[in-house]
Design a protein. Structure first.
Length: 61
């Protein structure tokens, strides 16, 4: 079953989805991602807020 990730009304392409995980497909522990209204992805520590004040998307511990 294929899953689509949707944020702010935009469905992310496979390339964008893979970029969330970064190199090698494994997210670094303690890091999450923020997706802004323009679809830009920013990596931030999970214990900090995104620039727009929301929580970053982080992997479960």
């Amino acid at each position: 079953m294929k899953e689509k990730i949707s944020k702010l009304g935009k469905t992310l392409s496979k390339k964008e989805q893979k970029s969330i995980l970064g190199k090698g497909g494994l997210a670094e522990e303690g890091l999450g991602v923020c997706i802004d209204a323009n679809g830009q992805i920013t990596v931030v520590p999970c214990d900090e807020l995104c620039d727009n004040g929301t929580q970053p998307i982080c992997a479960a511990p």
